[in-house]
Design a protein around this ligand. Structure first.
Ligand code: LLP
Length: 413
């Protein structure tokens, strides 16, 4: 079982659960700061806020000099609320399409747009001549921890297909847009050999843009860096990764004849390991060979196991502080679906796991849930969104209160 961050002792988690109730998201600020420090060699760290978009987490990022990527109108407005300055390089909007309201918002705040389709360029150019743009290119290959998170290759809807770069550049010129940079993001939870292929592809794109008479100021490596969800999983050697990109940047600089800023755009890497989902064991039962531990969090809170078969480590904090013998357990939630199970693996809904035998009243801690945890929660089964707490050393703060059922019903009044 993984170690908890130093500031999140079992006693403290019990106290937070008592104070705020469960299910409860808990983030450790120092873990986020240390992940940021690991990427400091990049000129810009642009946090893909979809991973964890709480405005207090965004503020913490901003205080550390991190910039932000937004993928919806809501995320742009969150970034502005967190103090990022619209119209500067603080916020970039990345998408493959823009609805009318989003287009109006990025134009109003002059947020640079990272375009994943040529139609976006036409629409933006018509609405906002001179608007700064990035081009998100699909290099024709991709990778991810699951097919659902692979964003490159011809099965992916993301980015402008690499052979269309010339056409995209022509539209930029025709519409009077201002090219800032080139960007690629080939997927999420990408293995290192795939990640490093992006560097060479980027140099070729820069060469093509230059040959077509375009200048640019920046390149972005995208995100996708994986984290060790399982004990023993490889960790990313961030110094080595920076070295690969720095070499690619130098090649690209030789092509354009001036300095280029190098960006990286991680979501998961910055926040996954900072977060825990606390739930309380409310029932246990046996069904034939399976021993079920039923907790008060479900896939309405943490979607990843049900959606991708993702593995998350778990700990049990015994209510009485006592030791618990190990037992193969299936950990499941309260929802009305058989797939509401946290111990599952790709392709198998129920995958019992050796865990301390939890009893009713114990806390079950789900690790590494700071990324794509709260941000992917839903109101399924009319469950209010859970509360979020940020722990910073000895201090802790409720950074989102629990939603109420009354608030849900008010939308339908
Ligand atoms: N940049 C772009 C354009 C992206 O689409 C994404 C993620 C990122 C950066 C950040 O990727 P990261 O560094 O976090 O891997 N819900 C899935 C992950 C989906 C990621 C979507 N895009 C999960 O829970 O694993």
């Amino acid at each position: 079982m993984k170690n908890l961050p130093a500031s999140l002792t079992p006693a403290r988690l019990q106290s937070l659960a008592r104070q705020h109730g469960t299910p409860l998201w808990v983030y450790d600020a120092n873990t986020i700061r240390s992940r940021i420090a690991q990427l400091k060699s990049f000129d810009t760290i642009r946090f893909a806020q979809k991973a964890c978009s709480n405005t207090h987490i965004l503020r913490l990022m901003r205080e550390q000099g991190v910039k932000v990527d937004s993928v919806s109108r809501g995320e742009v407005l969150r970034a502005i609320t967190a103090g990022f300055v619209p119209g500067s390089e603080d916020i970039v909007f990345t998408a493959d399409l823009m609805d009318h309201e989003t287009l109006a918002t990025v134009v109003q705040h002059r947020v640079p747009v990272n375009a994943g389709s040529i139609d976006m360029l036409h629409q933006l150019g018509a609405a906002s001549p001179g608007h700064p743009v990035w081009l998100r290119i699909n290099p024709g290959f991709g990778h991810g921890h699951s097919n659902k998170t692979n964003t490159g290759g011809e099965h992916s809807k993301h980015g402008i297909w690499h052979t269309e770069l010339g056409n995209a550049l022509a539209v930029i010129r025709q519409r009077g847009l201002k090219l800032v940079g080139l960007h690629m993001h080939i997927g999420s939870g990408v293995d290192y050999s795939h990640l490093s292929q992006v560097c060479g592809a980027m140099v070729e794109l820069v060469r093509e843009a230059k040959a077509a008479g375009h200048d640019l100021h920046a390149i972005s490596a995208g995100g996708g860096l994986s984290i060790p969800y399982r004990e023993g999983d490889a960790t990313i050697d961030t110094a080595h990764y920076f070295g690969l990109w720095d070499a690619a940047r130098k090649e690209a600089e030789a092509i354009v004849g001036h300095a280029l800023a190098l960006e990286i755009e991680p979501g998961r890497f910055l926040v996954a390991e900072s977060g825990l989902l606390l739930s309380e064991v409310r029932a246990t039962k046996d069904a034939g060979a399976n021993h079920f531990v039923l907790v008060d969090a479900g896939f309405s809170e943490l979607m990843r196991p049900a959606m991708y078969g993702s593995f998350h480590d778990m700990s049990v904090i015994a209510a009485d502080g006592g030791a618990r013998p190990a037992r193969a357990s299936v950990v499941a939630g309260p929802l009305c679906e058989s797939g509401d199970v946290f111990t599952q693996e790709d392709g198998g809904v129920v995958a019992p796991r050796e865990l301390p035998q939890a009893q009713v009243g114990d806390l079950l801690v789900i690790h590494d849930t700071g990324a794509y945890g709260a941000s992917m929660s839903s109101n399924y089964n009319s469950r209010p969104l859970a509360a979020e707490v940020l722990v910073d050393g000895t201090a802790d703060r409720l950074i989102r209160r629990r939603q109420t059922v009354e608030e849900l019903l008010a939308l339908e009044a």
